[in-house]
Every structure is written in C-alpha cells, then in structure tokens.
Design a protein around this ligand. Sequence first.
Ligand SMILES: [Zn+2]
Length: 482
Amino acid sequence: MRAAIYARVSRDARKQGRSVAEQVEECTAWAEREGWDVVEVIDETGSASRYARSTGARQRWGELVALVASGRIEVLLTWEHSRALRTLEDYTDLRNLCSKHGVAWGYTGTLYDMTKRDARFRTGLDALLAEDESARTSDRLRRNVRSRAAAGHPHGKLPYGYRREYDATTGALLRQVPDDPRVVDGEEVAGTAPLAREIIERVGHGETLYRIAQDLTLRGVPLPRPARTRHDKAAWLPTTVKRIASNPAYVGLRVHRGEVVGQASWAALVDEATWERAQAALEQMGRGRPRVDRSVKWLLSGIARCGACGGPMIHHVNRGSSTYLCKYCMGVTRVQEPVDELVIDRLLQVLAHLDNEPATDRPSPELTAAVDELAALRARRESFIDQAADGSIAPATLAKVEAKLRPRIEEKERLVRTLRRPSVLSGLDLSDPRALWERLDIGQRRSLLAATLEVTIQPAGRGRRIFDPTLIEVLPAGSARG
Ligand SMILES: [Zn+2]
C-alpha cells in the first residue's frame, strides 16, 4: 500500500508534542512495520514570519488535499489527530476526501477506514475533543499526573493539625498523620489535631472567623507558624482561620493547584459532613448576605429592605417616635413597633410549620445517595489518573475521561453542598416557637429572622398615618434571591 505522511507544528505552546522531524520519523517507522511505501512526506515546518505563525498558516495543506484526491495513496499517516488539523472544518474536508477516495487515516497507532461509519464517528469524536476545551483539560491533567508521579507522597506545606513521620535511619518521609494527643518520651503532647477540628466545627456552626481567631489568641493557642520576629504579635487572624477551615486536606482529599484531584494518602481529621458544613458556612459569609450586627437593638434594622430602592431599613427616631427609615433613598419610613409585631407573628407561624418538617440535620436518603455517587465518581477519576500516572493509558485518553467526569463530579458536589446547607434552625426546639422566641436575646432573634425571612417595606402614600399591614412584605428567605 502507498502511504503519505503529513506533519505540522501544533499551534499550542504545550511543548509536549513532537517536533515535525520526530513526527515524520515516528510515522515512517509505523509505515515500515506495516510494510507500506511512503510515497510522499508533507511537512509544515512553519514560516518564521510572525504573521504566518500567528495565523497558523499552512503552506502545504493544499498539497495534502490534492494528494488525497489524486488517488495516489491508500493510507495517510499523521502523528496525532489534533496536530494534523486546526479546525473542525479541516476535519470535515479531510474526512470527506478520505471517504470518497478510499484513503485510510492513521494516527496515534490506529488506522481508520474512512469509508466505514464507525471510523468516521470515532475520528469525528476525536476532532470534537481536540477542540480547545479538551486541550486545556488535558494540559491540566498532564500537570496533575506529573506532580503525582513526582511526589507519590504528601508534599508541600504541612497542613495545620498534621505531623509527618520520617524513617529514623534514612530520614525519608514515611507518612502524614493527624497530630493527635500522644505521649512522647514519657511526656504528654497535646497535638494540633484537636484544634484544627475545633476550628472547622466552629466555622460550621456559624461562628464568625473573627470571633474564633480572637478566642484562639486569648487562649494562647500557638500560631500555625512561629512568630517571625520578637515583635510579631502572636495573634490569630480571621484569614488564618479561614484557610484552615477551607482546606480539603482535612477531609482526606488531595488538592493540586486549587482543585481536588483525588483521595489523599493520609487520614481525614473531620468527617465529610462536618467539613461540608464549614464550606457552606464560609460560602454564605462570602455571599454578602446582610450581615447581622449583633450589637443592634432593633429587630429589623439592616435586615428589612426598602421596597422603593432595595436599600436597608435602619432605625430612626422621628419627632420622638421610633421608626424604620431607608438608609439610601430616605423616602420610605414606617413606625417600628407594628412592623416588628407583624414580622414576629409571621416568623412564629413559619417556625411552627417548620416543626412538622423533617429535621434538616438528619441525612436524607437523597443526601446519602449523592455522597455515595460523588465518592464513586471521584474513585473512578482516581483510578484513571493512577493508570495515566503509571503509563497504562495515554494522557489523551485520560483527558477524554476527565472531560466527561468533571462536569458530573462538579454537579454532585453542588448537590451535596445544597443538601447539607447548614441551618440556624438545627438544634432548636421548634415545638413551641413563642416560648423559644422569648428565650432568645435580640442578637439571636435577628440571626434567626435574617435566616428565615425576607422583609420588604413598601412605600406608603404621602401623609398616610394609619399603619397598613399589606405594605409589609414577608417572604421565606432565599425566595427573592433565588
Ligand atoms: Zn429606599
């Protein structure tokens, strides 16, 4: 059989591919093994001009098309699918020509008879996958694979709450284990693991980062890192607390460049539910929900919204009477007491209703199923990454698998997070909402209210003296924002 070889420099700067000469060499060796005659080598060495490079101009693509159409060859060999083609249009042209003239197309070790439907399907699929998104995916994975292959062990910064064990004679890293309390040389060592657990749990329970940091400082808990100078105040910072609470290492997940790449070789410090709860709490902090200022005395100040401009309603004393006033437009105002009464009334109704709902903390069957499915998907990705790391599958294959698995994993992660959204209501006895309300201080009442309801005060006509309850809009929290 007569064969032709087409080689070109790929546009991308991955530096992973072979040079044109190497491509030709590999394809020639392939032809030799099969006993094909190489009648033509078309290589795009690429013009040195900036214009040609930036447009990816191919001087000899036309020659290739003419050659396939001439009927002089039966086989066309290229190094890699994405290296032979620039666009889907190129693929379509080449496919149609090969199909019409009975030319088989070979790349990455497989020869495709382009007159066959399944060969057209397979090569078409490769053409789609070779498009930009897939290239980026495979780049990312190559880096992951490299880092895994190189490390094989925990590496990088030691997460707070863990310690590393080294071989006494060789000094080689053996493993990373939770820094739990233990006895060393007859002395008790407290370890940092309980503190890391405490931080994640407290964040999950909705404590502010600031408060946790302040508490750790007051208790004299040593910082994760030693003070840099003698004047370096040994104070915990909210950002330090956040960094710990958001590190997936604590749930036994390995992270590479900010992305979870698989299960870690070390034990988790907290269970997945605890960790997810902390993530949900952090997410909520970052979402810029109306911050509840616990020092405020007025129930709805900063929580109720203005129906005219959407601004926050704040407390305001107007000629001796207590009111709420829009902080932004100052055009909407309402007497404070009846508004509070109405809103409390609605809140208690909602709470009584919630008492009949299943407790949010009990793992629902959906949640259990979602967690299992997520674990299975991660395990599948893990096994493919392992296979790629030891070379039993090509990075390109891994890229394809990853491209399919990633959206499914992300979707499941979102679902698990949603199902686990922590509730300020968890742990509260809702059987008698009125009694519960009486027990709460103003700060707790405001937190509960902000988490449960959205209150909007609609403008009233000029000179309206009588309180109109229909102008106070009370909706379940989250319904307006979606
Ligand atoms: Zn307003």
